[in-house]
Write a protein that binds this ligand. Structure first.
Ligand code: MSP
Length: 678
């Protein structure tokens, strides 16, 4: 076994029967690094799994009239199916309902209690009994529960607390001394400035209002708070605190926890504090990637696009989907998913650039040399440059993948693909083929093409599990130690002379964009007929509440509270609370265009932090579309959407006007889009 170890995890997923393509983002990224590390000779442990406890699950199961366990079992098997279809090579799959996990969570809780890091106290808040939910004052609608509209009462609930505050200084020091601990750096600053430096409060780590969780072993009225339960998975999966802890000894600390940006704070504050309390080493890195969003909102609310990963895989093949996920958006940033962007990528990068290169090369070797690569070669112009570009690529890919820069790594590989395509234009094999005297030169051109493709095919292996095999079959490369290992990409000349190529199916067929989008639209419409599950975003908001607000009520974000908000006017004056109901945000203009047939209107695409919004604004007489792009404007973000000339407008941008002039309200200095204006 290799002594180079690598332990990588994804978050464990909430059981959802509506998994969309965004969900597979973290897992595909983790799988790619795992494959890459294995190719580089590492002994890899890749863990994923499911996060199955909590009140929401209990409720859903009740609604369906099944036990929570029955409910999650079915969904989890669907999740496993999806990972299988995506060729995810996880070494372990943990479920928080696994007995071994539950037992160790109890041991962890008990140990922290025995040593005084967990203590019993009271959790205070406004409680809605029928809904079993705590609310903060601002979340109430007309002083009532925002979910059911009934009275709430000030209630105290007994709870255990974890002494998170005790670890604040050590956490700050650790983050400051280990710049790689939280990546990308922007997230590190966010954690330090928004959470750690302002101060941590102790964290409520048990609940008594529902049962579906790990019982506190010494007080079974309480169940362990889901995040304590969930975060522990990274070590319980390795046998921590059991007799069978060889994996723990071998792999911990993790090299990287890959997580979406919204759960970075759980992983960089609660989790390390828990580990400090347990006296265990901290993971080496937490990488918070961005989100794939749909234009106009969250993926779970998809309307016009097909986002079901199974459908997409079936239509375009697994590798096209994996390629898109990793290529389209720099890892760490947010990006927009659309079926159109996916098809464009497939057509340009995969069908045109790579697929075509392989087909042309195979067809030429077939035509000019009866399919067998000759051994007498004559070097010539352009060869040196081709080789140098191709041979520089593996090192660049390694450097980038070591930093989880998938998109740039793929860009480097595709630069090589372009260079090879250009080599065909430069050497013009069809001209060489006209004269027998050029035969050796033509052979060398064919060899250089085949060898470049071999190297490229080795480098795409971590990203695309299927395509390399198809390429090897067509180029007649037999999988042996010399030709297809990662290291073989660093030596030129491994493609065997005498290899026999085999013309095969086109690897990435071109897609007719217009026809395809029409077909997808029909699928999307058919699917949106099914009831949509909107709980996911809420789940998260619900779960994300606890770092700063622990002793108070749960700060569950309620979209219904926001929707129902209206400003009470009294003698023309409004209170500060009324004003606070208006969600003003800084937004960046991404695109602007005229609305046909409406000379006053511009249709704008606005970036609003994580979201992209479409707003129709009556400013066309004062601002040209080109002028708008790149501007930072102020948006009323919680305005009910309306249709203007049949186009949905999701908010309103602010402008000052008199009889003649209209000028946009902007902000004094640059601040990121999404920032609140108040
Ligand atoms: N159960 C918690 C994690 C506990 S870890 C101890 C959870 N689960 S989740 O199912 O909501 O999310 C799992 C992963 O999917 C997260 O990394 C999340 O960021 C990712 N994604 C879900 N939707 C996404 C997009 N639309 N885009 C990119 N990734 C997103 O959080």
């Amino acid at each position: 076994m290799s002594n180079k170890k690598f332990y990588i995890t994804t978050p464990i997923y909430y059981p959802s029967d509506k998994l969309h393509i965004g969900h597979s983002y973290t897992t595909v990224a983790a799988d790619t690094i795992s494959r890459y590390k294995r190719l580089r000779g590492y002994d890899v442990m890749f863990l994923t799994g499911t996060d199955e406890h909590g009140q929401k699950i209990q409720r859903k199961a009740e609604e369906k009239g099944v036990t929570p366990k029955q409910y999650v079992d079915e969904i989890v098997s669907g999740i496993k199916e999806l990972w299988k279809a995506m060729k995810i090579t996880n070494d372990k799959f943990i479920r928080t309902t696994d007995k071994y996990h539950e037992e160790v969570v109890q041991k962890i809780f008990k140990k922290l209690y025995d040593q005084g890091d967990i203590y019993k106290s009271e959790y205070e808040g406004l409680y809605c009994t029928p809904c079993e939910s705590f609310w903060t004052k601002t979340q109430l609608v007309d002083g009532k529960c925002p979910d059911c509209g009934r009275e709430v009462e000030l209630t105290k609930e007994e709870s255990y607390f974890f002494k998170l505050s005790k670890y604040q200084d050590r956490l700050i020091k650790h983050i400051e001394e280990n710049p790689d601990f939280i990546q990308p750096v922007s997230r590190q600053n966010e954690m330090l400035n928004n959470f750690l430096r302002p101060g941590l409060e102790d964290l409520a780590v048990s609940r008594t209002t529902f049962k579906w969780g790990v019982p506190v072993s010494f007080d079974d009225k309480h169940v362990v708070y889901v995040w304590i339960d969930a975060l522990s998975n990274y070590i319980t999966a390795l046998g921590y605190m059991t007799e069978n802890d060889a994996d723990y000894k071998n792999y911990w600390p993790a090299d990287v926890h890959l997580v979406g940006k919204e759960i970075v704070r759980f992983h960089t504050i609660i989790w390390p504090a828990m580990l400090m309390a347990l006296g265990e080493p901290l993971p080496k890195q937490i990488f918070g990637h961005g989100w794939l969003l749909l234009e106009g909102g969250k993926m779970s609310k998809s309307k016009g696009n097909v986002v079901d990963p199974m459908v997409l895989i079936e239509k375009y093949g697994l590798d096209a989907i994996r390629y898109f996920l990793l290529r389209e958006v720099p890892f760490g940033s947010d990006g927009v998913f659309s079926n159109e962007a996916l098809i464009n990528r497939i057509n340009s990068d995969l069908a045109n650039d790579l697929g075509n290169l392989v087909s042309r090369t195979v067809a030429m070797i077939d035509k000019y040399f009866g399919g067998v690569m000759p051994s007498e070669l004559k070097e010539g112009d352009f060869d040196a440059d081709l080789k140098s570009v191709v041979m520089d690529t593996p090192q660049k890919v390694e450097d980038l993948l070591d930093k989880l820069q998938y998109s740039t790594a793929l860009t480097e590989i595709w630069k090589a693909v372009s260079r090879v395509n250009k080599y065909i234009d430069e050497t013009m094999p069809w001209v060489l083929a006209k004269d027998e005297a050029n035969s050796q030169r033509l052979a060398a051109v064919m060899y250089n093409l085949a060898e470049s493709i071999r190297i490229i095919s080795v480098l795409i292996q971590p990203f695309m599990p299927e395509t390399p095999h198809k390429i090897w079959a067509q180029l007649g490369i037999i999988d042996n130690k010399d030709t297809l290992t990662w290291d073989s990409s660093k030596s030129w000349g491994k493609y065997p002379s005498g290899a026999k190529v085999n013309k095969g199916d086109v690897i990435f067929p071109r897609i007719d964009l217009k026809k395809e989008l029409e077909e997808l639209e029909q699928i999307a419409v058919a699917k949106s007929g099914a009831k949509s599950e909107s709980s996911e975003a809420e789940n998260k908001a619900n779960a994300s509440n606890t770092i700063t607000n622990t002793k108070n009520a749960e700060t569950k974000k309620s979209s219904s509270a926001q929707n129902k908000a209206d400003v009470a006017v009294d003698d023309g004056l409004i209170t500060i609370d009324d004003f606070a109901k208006i969600d003003l945000r800084v937004a960046k203009v991404l695109q602007a265009e005229k609305v046909e047939g409406a000379d006053k209107l511009l249709k704008l695409k606005l970036e609003l932090g994580d979201e992209v919004r479409q707003v129709v604004s009556g400013i066309a007489k004062h601002y040209a579309p080109e002028e708008m792009v790149g501007k930072y404007v102020v948006l009323v973000a919680n305005l009910k959407p309306v249709k203007l000339r049949g186009i949905e407008s999701q908010g309103m941008i602010l402008a000052a006007s008199d009889d003649k002039e209209l000028v946009l309200a902007t902000i004094d200095k640059n601040i990121g889009s999404g920032a609140r204006v108040r």
